[in-house]
Structure formats: structure tokens, C-alpha cells
Design a protein around this ligand. Structure first.
Ligand code: AGP
Length: 587
């Protein structure tokens, strides 16, 4: 996954795309690049690493047309040559791209036969040469359209040509959104890229292209026919996309959870009732998500089963494609995704629709690809989540499952009332654990391995806790049902191995504590997350007492804080962990 932003307007285009690139770094940050056009022609600056200031070579350009890119490498290693923009042989056309061109080899061979010389190993470079080839017989936008028609795979791409005064974008299976601010136009992977200038947007759909000359025109790539598109006003506020006084977005987003949860609870009752009817009446319900969104789905499965007695299956999104063909009209899919752009979720969901399945999505990004393919979407309302590690959206996703479950048993109001008390309890959980987790982080930072265990509805909190620890601190971490420990992992426990035991005083307490005993007997250093202390714990992370079904919402908070402070203690780049990207738009 990568981030792209292009600009056409009366302000300095390099300034505009630079600020956009900084806001898109959550999508990838292996390398960066900017291309702009001024009176002297096309200028390019690119390098490996994160962009840090307006590049010297572009600082004096008087430019109103620019494209830019922040990369998360897929095809070709991380190098200056492979960084975007990629340029045509004659140096007139520059292209940035997010996605994967699957027929790259075939296109490259064909273009080389026609005399094109390639300078990189990056699949995107074929697009620049293809546009150049078509420019021999067509004007610039039509050459881009002809090139797009030849591409297989996924793309959101932007192109400029020093001989044309147009910014051209095209999209298939990677996100692209148009932003409008009077005479200023932006084409970007995501709204935060231009939110400081405008919240007026037009989402671009698969198979569409945008030509921005004096004003933007959306067209179908297949026919060139113009498409009328309604404008959306995004409710996100700029301060939601800024760190404020916090050292990291991740910490801000952890602290924001009480506030954010109140927004998640502001749901349209009729829409929830519609979803509840769909879940109640579907013979089979498959919940699909990746990473954190799958962990939230696992909690959701327990909550729905516990409150409604309905059993739902949860699929790891990247494996779901292998089951899709067996599904039909009797299946309801609940697709869970913060970004709504994760390819592992999106592609099988689209296939499932073709097989007649209905799709309900739980998404944060309104207008995202998943939102648009779904029959009904429930929005998390958390505002943008910038930290690559998901925190506040997990809490919101889990909350949405409570709302669905209570609505399924016709107790929407009663459920809402109970959930309204959670934000305050999360606040309390944060203040109970902030200093304590900072202290325990000093122990954690010296360890290489750690294990998170829990049972029942908290089992998924253990897997989510381990994921946070891995991606933020780079410490090896595994999360598992406590009962599984004795089936193999116990062999890895030695003197001082940290075991994070999520064991609130619920129906699973006695059995989880029996597993804690087993680990302790082998030398484990036990960090207990519970509403009650125990002499088994070396450290106690206290959570408030609450109705057992809601423990996952509280127990996850100390896990987030522990991962965060361990990462800080280890000097990790918390908001942008190595090798990761916020939304993964490739398979
Ligand atoms: C979460 O901390 C991870 N960065 C990752 O697992 C993420 O949850 C996953 O890629 C799914 O993203 P989505 O919710 O945007 O679909």
C-alpha cells in the first residue's frame, strides 16, 4: 500500500502535495517522490526514507500542478530508482501509483520491443511508458485512458505531462478521492491528505478516471463517457488528524477512546434494526476481517452468541476467498474494516456478492470501497485513525457488535444505556494503568518473547494484545486461549518469561487461573489484568468491575498501554512501525 496525492490549483502545488504526503505517511514510508510542472518543464525529486521538508531542488518552483507518492514497497526493493514518480523515456510524463500491475512483465516485454528503456524494477514504470506510447496518436487524457484499459491488477494512479496542463487520475480497486476547494483540486488516496484545505469530496469508483483541467471531469475508463457524481461533505475535523499535545498519534488515539465511543454509540436505530433483522433471518452468518478487525470480530462472535444464542463464523479475510465459492443466498457477510480498503477483505466480499450473499459492513471510512459495495454499512464514527496500529477503532468495532446483538434481541435502548457507562470506565482504566504500564515496560523491554492468555470473550483481547505488542515494540508475542498453553506453548516458558493473563472475575476466572498456575510453576513473570488482585500476579493491571460481557472493552486498554509504553521504552517509531502500513490494499 502507498499514498498518493496530486494537486491542480492556484496555490503552490509542491507545498500542497508536501503537506498531503506527510499526512499520508501512515500508508507507507519506505520512500517518497514528487513531480511538478512549471514554465521550465517537469521536475522530479525522490529518495528513500520519509520525506523531511520540501526538497531543495523543488523549493523555488512556481508550480500549480504536482503529483506525489509515499511508498510501501511491493514490486522492487526500496531504492531511489524504484521510488515514484516514474517517468517516460522522453522525460515528459510522470506517474505515481498505488496498487499492483499484474500484467507488468507482459506489458514491459511488449514496450521494450517498441524501444522503451526501463530504469527501475517497479511495476508502475510500465504505466509511464504505456501513456507515452499512446501519446503518439492521442491527447494526454485519452492516452492515460488507453493505458488504463490495458492494465490488469489494481491501481489508483495520477499522471502529469509537461506538454499538457492537466492532472489525470484513474482508479481500479485502490482508493482515490477528489477534494474540491474553490479553484483548488486534489486527488488523493484518503481524505486526511487534503483535510486542512477542504472537506468537500467526490469518491471515485472503480473503472473511473478524473481529468482536471480548468475543472474536474469524471469519466468511465471503458467508454470515455462523462459520469455525474454527487459531492460529499466529510464530517471529520482537522484536529482529529493532528497530534495536539501528544507525543504520538497512537497515544492520542488510546486516550480518545472514551470520547470516540460516545460517537460510535450515536447510531441510527432504524439502520441497526435493519441489520439485526438481516442477522436474525440469515441461515448462515460469516464475519470477515483482517488483523485487529478480525480480533474485534472474534469478540463480536462471543457477544452475539451470548446475548442472542446465534452462532456466527469468523473468517480471517485472507483465507475467506477459499470458501466463497461454497456460499450462496443463504449467507450474510458482516465485513469489518477500519479503512474499508483492505484488499484481503474487499476482494472476497465482492466475490461473495456475485454468489448472491448479502453484505453488511462495519467501517470507519465513509465512502471507502467496502462501504460502497455493501448492502448496508454501519459507521464507526471514530474520526481518522492515523497511528498504523489500530486502537480506538478496535474498541468501536467491538461496541458495534454489542449494539447489533442488543438490537437483535429487541433491547436496543437497554443495551445503549449499559454501553453509555463504558466511556467513563475506559477513562478510569486508562488512569489506573498509565503509570503502572510505563513501569512494567522497563521489564518488558528486556524480554524477547511474551504470551497473552485469556478465555471466553476475552480470548480475542489476548490475540489483539499480542498483535499490538508485536507491531509497536517488535517483541515476539503470541495471544492464545489460556487452555491452549498446555498443548505446546508451555515448553517455551522459562524463568522470567512475561505472561499477560487477562482474567477478570467472570465465569472463566477459575480455569484461567489454573493455567496461570501452570505457567507460574515454570518460572513465568505474570502480569494479571483483572478486577481482582491475586498472589499469582507479579504485577497487577487493575480494571474496574463491570457486567462480565463488557470486560473485553476494558481489558484491552491496559494491553494497548503496555504495548505503547514498551515501544517507547525501546525507542520504536510508534506511529509508523517498520514494514507496516495502515491499510493494506494488496493481497
Ligand atoms: C492493526 O493494528 C494492524 N495495523 C492491522 O492488523 C489492521 O487491523 C488490518 O490490516 C486490517 O485493517 P482494516 O481494519 O483497515 O481492514
Amino acid at each position: 500500500m502507498c499514498g498518493i496525492i496530486g494537486y491542480s490549483g492556484d496555490k503552490n502545488a509542491v507545498d500542497r502535495v508536501y503537506s498531503g504526503l506527510k499526512r499520508l505517511e501512515y500508508r507507507g514510508y519506505d520512500s517518497w517522490g514528487i513531480a511538478c510542472i512549471d514554465e521550465d518543464g517537469l521536475h522530479i525529486a525522490k529518495d528513500v526514507g520519509k520525506i523531511d521538508g520540501i526538497p531543495d531542488e523543488l523549493s523555488n518552483t512556481e508550480t500549480h500542478l504536482a503529483i506525489s507518492h509515499t511508498r510501501w514497497a511491493t514490486h522492487g526493493g526500496v531504492s531511489k530508482e524504484n521510488a515514484h514518480p516514474h517517468v517516460s523515456c522522453d522525460g515528459s510524463i510522470a506517474v505515481v501509483h498505488n496498487g499492483i500491475i499484474e500484467n507488468y512483465d507482459e506489458l514491459k516485454t511488449d514496450l521494450e520491443k517498441k524501444g522503451h528503456k526501463f530504469k527501475s524494477d517497479c511495476d508502475t514504470e510500465v504505466i509511464a511508458h504505456l501513456i507515452e506510447e499512446h501519446s503518439k496518436s492521442k491527447g494526454f487524457p485519452e492516452a492515460v485512458r488507453a493505458a488504463a484499459k490495458q492494465l490488469k491488477g489494481s491501481y489508483a494512479m495520477l499522471a502529469i505531462n509537461k506538454n499538457a496542463n492537466e492532472l489525470v487520475g484513474a482508479k481500479k480497486e485502490s482508493p482515490l478521492v477528489l477534494g474540491l476547494n474553490g479553484g483548488e483540486y486534489f486527488l488523493a488516496s484518503d481524505v486526511p491528505a487534503f483535510l486542512e484545505y477542504t472537506n468537500k469530496t467526490v469518491p471515485i469508483d472503480d473503472g473511473e478516471m478524473v481529468v482536471i483541467g480548468s475543472k474536474p471531469v469524471v469519466k468511465k475508463i471503458s467508454t470515455g463517457e462523462e459520469v455525474g457524481k454527487p459531492m460529499d461533505t466529510i464530517k471529520w475535523k482537522l484536529n482529529q488528524a493532528e497530534k495536539g499535545d501528544y507525543t504520538h498519534f497512537t497515544l492520542k488515539e488510546i486516550h480518545e477512546q472514551p470520547l470516540v465511543l460516545k460517537e460510535t454509540l450515536r447510531q441510527n436505530k432504524e439502520k441497526l434494526e435493519q441489520v439485526a433483522r438481516m442477522v436474525n433471518s440469515a441461515p448462515r452468518v460469516c464475519i470477515v476481517g483482517a488483523g485487529t478487525s478480525r480480533h474485534a470480530s472474534l469478540v463480536g462472535r462471543y457477544v452475539i452468541a451470548e446475548l442472542t444464542k446465534k452462532y456466527c463464523e469468523v473468517y480471517m479475510a485472507s483465507e475467506f476467498q477459499y470458501f466463497v465459492e461454497k456460499l450462496g443466498k443463504d449467507t450474510l457477510i458482516i465485513a469489518v474494516s477500519q479503512s474499508g480498503e483492505t484488499a484481503d477483505v474487499l476482494l472476497p466480499v465482492k466475490q461473495a456478492k456475485e454468489h448472491g450473499c448479502k453484505v453488511v459492513s462495519i467501517v470507519n471510512v465513509v465512502g471507502s470501497s467496502l462501504d460502497r459495495v455493501s448492502d448496508v454499512s454501519l459507521y464507526l464514527n471514530t474520526g481518522p485513525e492515523i497511528g498504523v496500529a489500530a486502537t480506538k477503532t478496535f474498541t468501536s468495532q467491538v461496541t458495534m457488535f454489542y449494539l447489533i446483538a442488543y438490537t437483535m434481541i429487541y433491547q436496543f435502548e437497554a443495551g445503549l444505556k449499559k454501553l453509555m457507562s463504558i466511556p467513563e470506565m475506559i477513562e478510569e482504566t486508562i488512569s489506573l494503568n498509565e503509570e503502572k504500564t510505563k513501569k512494567i515496560a522497563e521489564y518488558m523491554k528486556k524480554r524477547d518473547d511474551t504470551y497473552f492468555i485469556a478465555r471466553g470473550e476475552n480470548f480475542a483481547v489476548a490475540t489483539e494484545g499480542a498483535l499490538k505488542m508485536k507491531e509497536l515494540s517488535y517483541i515476539h508475542a503470541e495471544g492464545m486461549p489460556a487452555g491452549e498453553l498446555k498443548h505446546g506453548t508451555l515448553a517455551l516458558i522459562e524463568e522470567g518469561t512475561p505472561i499477560i493473563a487477562i482474567c477478570p472475575k467472570d465465569h472463566t476466572y477459575e480455569e484461567t487461573m489454573a493455567n496461570v498456575h501452570e505457567a507460574k510453576a515454570r518460572g513465568a513473570y505474570v502480569i494479571g489484568i483483572s478486577d481482582e488482585n491475586s498472589n499469582m500476579f507479579d504485577e497487577w493491571l487493575k480494571i474496574p468491575k463491570i457486567d462480565y460481557i463488557f470486560y473485553p472493552l476494558l481489558a484491552n486498554i491496559p494491553c494497548q498501554l503496555l504495548a505503547y509504553y514498551t515501544a517507547v521504552a525501546k525507542g520504536r517509531p510508534v506511529d509508523t512501525p517498520r514494514n507496516l502500513a495502515k491499510s493494506v490494499t494488496v493481497k
